[in-house]
Design a protein around this ligand. Structure first.
Ligand SMILES: *Cc1c(COP(=O)(O)O)cnc(C)c1O
Ligand SMILES: [Zn+2]
Length: 412
């Protein structure tokens, strides 16, 4: 059995999520038999808590749990090991005694996308690909472009033309070829998929998706380590394509497999989506297993505006597996939640983070979270990337003459 032997020689193989057929790791992402997505499967070495304790403060500290064969292929811009903040002020407001915010707004490109993009670009280097790209709702463009710059690879990003200016400026500055598509994310995604296939380009979230999603597992690894190897009771995750939510679950489960965590199955997962693009919430509330795409997403949370979520079905499965919930919130609730988090914890997030906080609030109000639960709310992107929308609910400062008497009168 040549295939079996080879599987043992490398650290990883690929396995179809649907029919479980095994494949050697390769530049490949769908099953030949059933077109199911391929996931990375590991031959884990022996791992203890000490394996990681004295390593670098990036997500590459979990190298044994990531799909890169050779450390020399790692492309790192220092992402990961972001703060897990004990949010006592916000917790008090909401009536929660053990609330934590995983603050990924402080990654190098200011969103969690540095996790999957960094792993995918490292894998592109390992595969010897000569160019990379992505389809993006905004943040992935910058994360991919920054890591491609570090790797010295040309990068092509495909995104809707109406995303936030800061995100465009950022990706362009890293040197990406920025294709602003007059259409939705799903249009950009379809074009990127075809160009990736025809030009042999590594599109990180499409033809490299099997490896890409592995990076987001580090969101689970870090939280587990930061909680001193405890499983949270409740995890709140903002959902676009659903890849991150699925990867967070896989991450916690793998820590169970290598015996670093107990009772992973006691965890509850909550999926948060914006009204105007909440196809997974709709399916969940109808008790349906199929996600009906939203044709024209309309929400202030542009990074979650994915009408046809690639991993939507699997998010529904995860919610069933972990007795979870899915909930949505409207633009006003999102913007109010951004301000609530900023006012209480000093954390400034973009609308996707507002979606997490608003849904957290709703879950507490609906009695779905107990006041003593250990709750982890994922805040995935930085407010500086979306100032246009946030300014809509803020009062523009009035320009004043540089006059002490006049200014003194308005400072109390
Ligand atoms: C992409 C993105 C998400 C959603 O991630 P998916 O894997 O598409 O579900 C959430 N928050 C931010 C800030 C993002 O950029
Ligand atoms: Zn299959």
């Amino acid at each position: 059995m040549l295939l079996k032997e080879k599987l043992i020689l490398t650290r990883t193989s690929l396995q179809c999520r649907e029919c479980k057929k095994d494949y050697d790791t390769a530049f490949k992402y769908v099953c030949d038999e059933c077109f199911g997505p391929l996931d990375v499967k590991y031959n884990f070495p022996k791992i203890t808590k000490d394996t990681f304790s004295n390593r670098e403060h990036t997500y590459w500290r979990y190298f044994e749990l990531l799909p890169i064969e050779n450390r020399s292929n790692i492309v790192s811009i220092g992402a990961g090991m972001t703060p897990l903040i004990k949010a006592d002020n916000l917790g008090k407001k909401l009536g929660l005694n053990n609330l934590y915010i995983k603050n990924d707004s402080v990654n190098p490109t200011f969103s969690f996308k540095d996790r999957p993009a960094g792993v995918a670009i490292s894998k592109a280097k390992e595969f010897g690909l000569s160019s990379v790209g992505c389809a993006s709702t905004g943040n992935l463009a910058s994360a991919t472009a920054a890591h491609a710059a570090k790797a010295g690879l040309p990068c092509h990003v495909f995104a809707p033309s109406d995303i936030e200016m800061a995100k465009i400026a950022q990706a362009l500055s890293y040197g990406a070829n920025y294709i602003a598509v007059d259409g939705t994310y799903d249009d950009a995604n379809r074009i990127a998929a075809q160009i990736g296939d025809s030009k042999g380009m590594g599109i990180v979230n499409i033809n490299m998706r099997s490896h890409y999603v592995e990076g987001s597992k580090t969101f689970a690894f870090e939280v587990a380590e930061q909680l001193d190897w405890q499983v949270p009771d409740q995890v709140i995750v903002p959902v676009g394509s659903g890849a991150m939510l699925n990867a967070i679950c896989k991450g916690f489960e793998e820590l169970g497999t290598v015996s670093l965590l107990d009772n992973v199955s006691n965890m509850h997962i909550i999926a948060a989506q914006p009204h105007g693009c909440a196809p997974i919430v709709d399916a969940f509330k109808k008790n349906s297993k199929e996600v009906i795409p939203v044709e024209n997403p309309d929400t202030v949370a542009k990074s979650l505006a994915i009408g046809d979520p690639g991993d939507g079905r699997y998010v529904l499965k995860r919610l069933a597996q972990y007795s979870g919930f899915a909930e949505e919130c409207n633009n006003k609730e999102i913007l109010d939640a951004i301000l609530l988090l900023a006012h209480t914890e000093g954390i400034f997030t973009e609308p996707a983070g507002g979606v997490s906080i608003s849904v957290l609030q709703k879950m507490v109000e609906q009695g779905k979270i107990d006041k003593n639960d250990k709750v982890v709310c994922y805040v995935t992107g930085n407010g500086l990337k979306a100032t246009e929308s946030i300014m809509e609910v803020l009062e523009k400062p009035k320009v004043m003459k540089a006059d002490i008497a006049e200014i003194s009168a308005v400072v109390n």
